[in-house]
Write a protein that binds this ligand. Structure first.
Ligand code: SF4
Ligand code: SF4
Length: 105
């Protein structure tokens, strides 16, 4: 039997292809999902800055709250990549983000 050397070992723990996070939907790890209350959100951008993925999307999407306040931006969650760590909910200064269980029933 041929003896293997270190050159024959498979590569481990190394990202060999660029951009592979687009293919790997890391949101499947999540047990809780963040949900943004768009009327409570004051568009401060803190969740966007703190998200480690980043899975907070800053969209140029106008939104008018029930009380008539108009915003040019809307913050939404990229659930394909959000891992449910809860940092965004913890850091939101107005508690506009709630973590809800992924498990239904
Ligand atoms: S729960 Fe974590 S990964 Fe998901 S959007 Fe919030 S900060 Fe980002
Ligand atoms: S941290 Fe809270 S208030 Fe600020 S943009 Fe995010 S959801 Fe909105």
């Amino acid at each position: 039997m041929k003896q293997l050397t270190w050159k024959d070992l498979p590569i481990g723990g190394v990202i060999v292809e660029p951009g592979n996070a687009r293919k790997n939907l890391t949101g499947t790890w999540r047990t809780e999902r963040p949900v943004i209350d768009q009327d409570a959100c004051i568009r401060c951008r803190i969740c966007w800055m703190y998200c480690p993925e980043p899975a907070i999307l800053e969209l140029k999407k106008p939104y008018t709250t029930k009380s008539g306040k108009k915003y040019d931006l809307t913050y939404e969650i990229d659930y394909d990549h959000c891992k449910g760590c809860g940092i965004c909910a913890h850091e939101c200064p107005v508690k506009a983000i709630k973590m809800v269980s992924e498990v239904v029933g």
